[in-house]
Write a protein that binds this ligand. Structure first.
Ligand SMILES: *Cc1c(COP(=O)(O)O)cnc(C)c1O
Length: 240
């Protein structure tokens, strides 16, 4: 592995820049910047860099693989930050995910919901916040459900007393022109609003986890409440 040169000062500077872009996007759309949570995506970056990010003020970290996350969470400390799983979760890793993560953004099947529920019971986890991941562009290579499957999954989660549905998440395709992704962000918001009108989310609730390094300003303009940002904070990922 190539030694990374990011110092605490580098990370602080990058964070400050990201935060000011979050603020600008929020103000452009008449929102308060406090409505937007920054999730720092640390996948592929080592534990010492994560520690530096926490020192620089990061409170929420996103990882996409259970095994990689487990190694780093063990090193950095389970309670040093809030840990979010943002990648696809295989059911044989559900038990570890339930003990390692504070929030799971990638709930994408009825079977996984049931599995997480029973793992919560076995592991003594009282409440696990989950977001349902949607595959809005119907990409064959991406996880997430079609919007037609949403009602059934919402109902399943409602029947799981240890799961708490806190919002919706999506990873839309990469478009060079970020305006092209706007309709997909809007769609996620509309799905969230529909669930709100059905009483699934209370007023002021129903997170929208959407927006990454290249498109987060557009996501915020379209009501994102959680942006998942890796590259703009940690630099390019090392290919593993
Ligand atoms: C890697 C990843 C991100 C962060 O991507 P960047 O472009 O580096 O900001 C966000 N969300 C998910 C689901 C990811 O896997």
């Amino acid at each position: 592995m190539v030694a990374t040169a990011l110092t605490l000062e580098d990370i602080s500077g990058r964070l400050e820049e990201v935060r000011s872009r979050i603020d600008a996007a929020a103000r452009r759309s008449n929102r308060s910047p406090e409505e937007v949570k920054l999730l720092a995506v640390s996948k592929s970056h080592p534990a010492d860099i994560i520690r530096r990010a926490i020192e620089a003020g990061v409170s929420d970290l996103g990882e996409n693989r259970v095994q990689e996350a487990e190694e780093k969470i063990t090193e950095v400390g389970r309670s040093s930050a809030r840990w979010h799983l943002i990648g696809h979760l295989q059911s044989n890793k559900a038990r570890r995910a339930v003990t390692l993560f504070d929030v799971i953004h990638s709930l994408d099947s009825v079977a996984l919901a049931r599995r997480l529920e029973s793992m919560c019971v076995e592991e003594g986890r009282e409440k696990l916040p989950v977001l349902i991941q949607l595959n809005l562009a119907g990409e064959a290579t991406k996880s997430g459900i079609d919007k037609e499957e949403l009602p059934e999954l919402v109902e399943t989660v409602a029947g799981c007393s240890h799961l708490s549905l806190t919002g919706l998440m999506s990873v839309p395709p990469f478009f060079e022109d970020t305006e092209k992704v706007r309709p997909l962000f809007r769609q996620l918001r509309e799905l969230r609003d529909k669930l709100k009108s059905q009483g699934v989310f209370a007023e002021g609730q129903g997170e929208l986890s959407m927006g990454m390094t290249h498109d987060f300003p557009v996501a915020i303009e379209e009501s994102a409440t959680i942006v998942r940002i890796g590259t703009a904070i940690f630099g390019e990922r090392q290919v593993t």
